[in-house]
Design a protein around this ligand. Structure first.
Ligand code: ZN
Length: 98
């Protein structure tokens, strides 16, 4: 697959906007598997570690998902969700094993 699936570049990566305001701490269900997501306080993202779909982070202030999995990105693109593909190393930085 050579086509770029990144939806747009308008939202900030995790950790880059930590002082811009109040994050949404409310519980969220994972958009992929429906499990409760873990809130990573330092990065203000919700995280799901389900190995079935790979690590997924969600930045509520931008309503934007972060994944390192191409398959997940394709699915989000089809569903019209905002997302970014990021390196697995960045997810690990958030405390996520992908
Ligand atoms: Zn999940």
């Amino acid at each position: 697959m050579s086509k770029k699936v990144d939806a747009d570049s308008s939202c900030a990566p995790p950790g880059s906007a930590r002082d811009t305001g109040r994050a949404d701490h409310t519980e969220r269900a994972c958009a992929l598997c429906g499990r409760k997501m873990y809130f990573a306080e330092d990065f203000r993202v919700h995280v799901c570690l389900n190995k079935d779909h790979g690590a997924l982070a969600y930045y509520s202030m931008d309503d934007c998902y972060f994944t390192s999995q191409k398959a997940v990105a394709v699915r989000f693109a089809k569903e019209g969700k905002k997302f970014h593909i990021i390196e697995p190393e960045i997810l690990r930085m958030i405390g996520v094993e992908s």
